[in-house]
Design a protein around this ligand. Structure first.
Ligand code: KG4
Ligand code: ZN
Length: 348
């Protein structure tokens, strides 16, 4: 039987504990502190760290109960070592170290971003090699060439300013919608016309494509929405929130999907993985499926529940790392708030 891997995630506002064997998901327990941050319009790091501390043991217990295992059954512990909020990461890394030491099993500090991609293995089995990946989270937006998800991930392009999720969150605030903005915009957009307003598509002009073919920019879009809303208010008209939300969402999804498919074509990648919180967006999933089908690219998308932060994705990546026989992280493992996506596994 394949090893039982426990995954711990605490990089932002979700305390996640997952249990995975190979590519089989056994448990995915998540406790979120999102409601504690909502009134501030964004995550408050100290509040998140304290919430992780309080949620860690109950979430761990729940994961074991759900999977019908005990901690003594665990063969390896994987934990998000970055990127993320420094204090929040420390809670997870501290808990993982204590567990690994007490259970006498190896400890693997892994990259949160690569875990968002590796989670695709839990739906549809082992990932083909190589493949492309579009990573769209609250803090990152990147196009990746995944030679091997456990050991060789290469950055093809990334955002030069705001991340896609950040653009959703900032635009939601502008429209008076609640935090987190992604789900709120997507709900508002359902009643809107995506063609109502022609918002800009960042870094898609012929000149930009020369230097930034696989890069993204969303800050111009955010400014364009702000200007449009202000002009509307100045003229005394009510802001058509649904149309603005739908047109904004369409602009983001259009650029993301176009560049992702282009990257697959340019690098001969036959499969594209989608990962990160924004991959929960229905329009993104729909448009990406359409454009991948047209281009003959197979698309792997995680089930909705596994799109936003969770421990199962960390366990899924940990299981891949264990399967390759890679060396565990040392006892000096810490959190690295700006861990680069190419560092899948932290050695120290
Ligand atoms: O990956 P994630 O859960 O946390 C980070 O690692 O950052 O991503 C969170 C981001 C937030 O910006 C949130 O607004 C966005 O994912 N998000 C969405 C949707 N659900 C979450 N964006 C668009 N549409 C959604 N349905
Ligand atoms: Zn994330």
């Amino acid at each position: 039987m394949e090893p039982l891997v426990l995954g711990i995630e605490t990089s932002c506002d979700e305390t996640g504990v997952g249990l995975v064997r190979g590519t089989t998901l056994l448990a995915d327990a998540v406790a979120s502190s999102v409601e504690e941050h909502a009134r501030f319009g964004g995550v408050v790091p100290e509040v998140a760290s304290r919430a992780h501390l309080e949620a860690m043991v109950p979430t761990l217990r729940r994961a074991c109960e759900d999977a019908g295992v005990t901690l003594a059954d665990v063969d390896a512990v994987a934990v998000t070592a970055g990127p993320g909020l420094a204090g929040a990461l420390l809670v997870g890394v501290g808990a993982a170290k204590a567990l690994a030491w007490a259970l006498d099993v190896p400890l693997y500090g892994v990259n949160h971003l690569d875990a968002h991609v590796a989670v695709c293995a839990l739906d549809g089995g082992p990932l083909p090699t190589p493949c492309g990946a579009l990573l769209v989270s609250g803090g990152h937006t990147s196009l990746l060439h995944v030679v091997d998800v456990a050991s060789d991930v290469r950055l093809l392009g990334e955002t030069v300013d705001d991340a896609a999720g950040e653009a959703f969150d900032k635009t939601a605030r502008l429209l008076g919608l609640p935090y987190p903005g992604g789900p709120a915009i997507s709900a508002a957009a359902a009643d809107g016309d995506p063609r109502a307003i022609a918002f800009p598509r960042g870094l898609t002009s012929a000149r930009d494509l020369e230097r930034h073919r696989f890069d993204f920019s969303f800050s111009g879009l955010k400014t364009a929405v702000a200007r449009w809303v202000r002009a509307c208010e100045a003229s005394g008209r009510p802001v058509p929130v649904a149309d603005v939300a739908a047109s904004f969402q369409e602009a983001v999804c259009d650029v993301l999907t176009r560049k992702a498919v282009d990257a697959c074509r340019a690098h001969g990648l036959e499969t594209l993985l989608l990962g990160g919180g924004v991959s929960a967006n229905g329009r993104l999933r729909e448009l990406l499926a359409e454009r991948c089908a047209e281009a003959g690219v197979a698309l792997r998308v995680p089930r909705l529940r596994l799109c936003t932060d969770n421990g199962a994705m960390v366990a899924a990546l940990g299981a891949q790392v264990v399967a390759r026989g890679l060396p565990p992280s040392g006892p000096g493992l810490g959190g690295d708030s700006s861990l680069p996506v190419e560092t899948v596994l932290v050695a120290a």
